[in-house]
Ligand binder design. Structure first.
Ligand code: AQP
Length: 355
């Protein structure tokens, strides 16, 4: 059965990259298949424990952003990760499935740990195993994310494949598997965990920093001018776009002309994603124009799109009762799916069940 799972960490300010690369793309999926959207707060402690109130507020803020962007609790399950214990339980089992060598290859760990790897938390290193558990606790088949998560999703598939192979006989004997929809010599006929498909498509899979077109827009960038936060007001958005780094040339009229011009490419990509058009459409309209013309148009579009969302986020977070109630119901619904999966997994592993 197809099922979507995705999430965002409640660390710092949600930005345009999180919105265009992930959350906005979740909205139409709600009408296509069952969808689960998680605020992944257990991931938010891997790079250091935030202040208590900060973590609580950020969790509510990410939830508010989901709701304001159009995630509908009547259609989707919305919850925060720490409330469903199956995530961390399955992550432990995946710690014992995944190999050190696989995790050693993860580029995000290298980037986030920086030079001081010896002092990084074990949680930061094992983060991709928890991400695999988030997805596979629901046996989710599709994960819509930005391009930066591609490597972690490949690891999720490797973990699922190894689990399916290592325990093939037990999965068959216990009758808990499903037929492999795409038979191959590398996998058994019956699978317990699906091989999850990443959904990474469109003009906004990697939104870059406004200050450096070769770096991704990121919550943890020290410069606030590098990103547009979903909470920014109209003046701040206009200022950040006005100050965004560009080159002195006019916009080209074909997408080929964006090659080697990362900042121009990024701004055109943002315009395309916000307007639901292609980069070529935008260049058809603005090719030959200077940034002095294009930037104000982009500001107006960004403000038009983001202002109603920002207002709704403010309304929701001012009185968080509604958010907390949605998260509570979501956690109950999520547990109802994940609990039987972990029951199967404990049986497959051979843990003695005495309760
Ligand atoms: N720049 C981006 N362009 C497109 N998509 C992006 N995403 C993040 N940055 C971009 C997507 O947003 C989702 C949530 O990401 P996350 O909060 O779980 O973690 P992250 O990828 O580490 O996000 P940040 O904002 O870059 O945070 P920091 O600075 O803490 O690393 C994911 O689907 C991600 O692909």
């Amino acid at each position: 059965q197809p099922r979507v799972f995705s999430g965002v960490q409640p660390t710092g300010n949600l930005h345009l990259g999180n919105y265009l690369g992930a959350v906005s793309r979740w909205v139409p999926l709600q009408d296509q298949m069952p969808t689960i959207f998680c605020v992944v707060d257990s991931h938010a402690i891997t790079a250091g424990f935030p202040d208590r109130a900060e973590l609580v507020n950020a969790t509510r803020e990410v939830t508010a952003a989901y709701l304001a962007a159009g995630i509908d609790p009547a259609k989707s399950i919305i919850f925060n990760q720490s409330q469903v214990r199956e995530h961390t339980e399955l992550a432990w089992i995946f710690n014992c499935v995944a190999r050190m060598g696989w995790l050693n290859r993860m580029t995000q760990f290298k980037e986030k740990a920086g030079k001081n790897k010896e002092n990084a938390s074990v949680g930061l290193f094992a983060y991709p195993n928890l991400m695999a558990a988030d997805i596979l606790a629901y046996r989710a088949t599709h994960v819509p994310v930005g391009d930066d998560q591609k490597q972690h999703l490949e690891l999720t598939r490797d973990i699922a494949a190894k689990f399916n192979n290592d325990f093939a006989d037990r999965i068959k004997e216990l009758g808990v598997g499903v037929p492999n929809p795409t038979p191959s010599p590398e996998l058994p006929e019956e699978l317990y965990f699906p091989l999850t498909e990443p959904m990474i498509a469109g003009p906004a899979t990697r939104i870059m920093s406004l200050r450096d077109g070769t770096k991704k827009m990121s919550k943890s960038d020290a410069s606030d001018l590098s990103r547009i936060n979903l909470k920014d007001d109209a003046d701040t958005i206009a200022k950040k776009i006005r100050k965004a780094k560009t080159d002195p040339d006019a916009l080209p009229s074909e997408t080929d002309g964006l090659e080697g011009r990362p900042e121009a490419d990024n701004l055109v990509g943002i315009y395309a994603a916000l307007s639901g058009k292609t980069k070529q459409d935008i260049l058809g309209e603005y090719g030959g124009q200077q940034f002095s013309v294009f930037k104000p148009a982009l500001s107006d579009l960004a403000v038009d799109k983001l202002a109603p969302m920002t207002d709704e986020m403010r309304r929701l977070t001012a009185e968080p009762g509604e958010i907390d109630a949605i998260l509570k119901t979501g956690a109950e619904k999520a547990s109802a799916i994940a609990e039987p999966v972990l029951k199967d997994v404990r049986k497959i592993i051979g843990f003695l069940d005495v309760r």
